[in-house]
Design a protein around this ligand. Sequence first.
Ligand code: NAD
Ligand code: IPM
Ligand code: MN
Length: 353
Amino acid sequence: MRSYEIAVVPGDGIGREVMPQALRVLDRVGAEHGFEMRFDHFDWSCETYRKTGRMMPADGIERLRDHDSILLGAVGFPGVPDHISLWGLLIPIRREFDQYVSLRPVRLLPGLTPPVRGHAPGDIDFWVVRENTEGEYSRLGGRQGEGTEHETVLQVSSFTRRATDRILRYAFDFSRTLNRNRLTLATKSNGIYHSMPYWDERFAQISAEYPDVETEKEHIDILCAKFVMRPQNFDVVVGSNLFGDILSDLGPGVTGTIGVAPSANINPERDHPSMFEPVHGSAPDIAGKGIANPIGQIWSAAMMLDHLGEAEAGAHVMRAVESVLGSDGAPSTPDIGGRAGTEDLGSAIVDAL
Ligand code: NAD
Ligand code: IPM
Ligand code: MN
């Protein structure tokens, strides 16, 4: 029987509540499709930090390395400053394993109610391809003149040719696989003087290698407006680490909830494990109530199945999710207008498999 070793890192807050639902789904779909998932649990979180002064042990990355994939819930919780928790666990995994592609689908699933009227399922169906290793997420810089009236903070973004080109090429290649062949660059080359003109330049140069892919360039401000007004116009949108982060919350927001949105942190060369996690965070405002939507985690698990070569199983999971969401009287969590709990929705999806 095919078998996969999965490192499971539930993390903080609702990460711990949605993860068990994804694991149930994986167990069930594996049984249906003839493979076994072996889960290796890593209980690393802000609680670990409070006890040990670290988010993960010093050899944490090494302990994850030999797995086929990593499934992560969410990291960060009040009590530990976010930049400490995230730079102690999530961001090092993305970087150490060179997961340079953050792939984030945005789809209006059946049964969701978009906050803007007039969008129907099928209208919103695009992908955000986010650079995932550098850029605005940087520890370059620092404080000067601390405590004086000249106090200044420098935050340096750095964009290498290597990382910029490889994410752009990934986005062009990916656009081709979708058959819609439209790629949008998120930029801000009118206001940001060095880095964004550089992105425009690399985009233009690489697009010459892909004459069959239609391209457009939008400044991030108007792009946000168009995401809300005309989301049906987008196919693949590529952007820097920060722009991709913002767009990948905005997109699901336009579909009505962030609770269903998945992401894949991919190392395309496959020399390290890739990581799959919902787009959302630990949601301290609802943590402990058992009402978080588990679909972002479950869809992330489906993306993991695709990556592992179990595409049929991945598609099966998504059919189950869509059939539950689309059926009358199905259990819905409060973010999608219902009163059901995390486990009820998870159970309905497991049953639909
Ligand atoms: P968040 O995504 O945790 O929550 C934003 C809002 O969306 C909240 O109202 C929350 O209740 C709601 N929400 C999120 N997921 C939901 C779900 N599955 N079902 C129903 N409602 C859901 O974002 P935030 O409040 O900015 O961040 C909270 C913490 O999570 C912070 O520490 C932040 O740094 C961290 N965070 C981590 C990740 C990650 O691990 N990848 C991502 C984003 C935020
Ligand atoms: C995400 C999150 C993270 C990011 C934070 C928590 C560092 O918002 O995965 O989208 O910005 O990458
Ligand atoms: Mn984000």
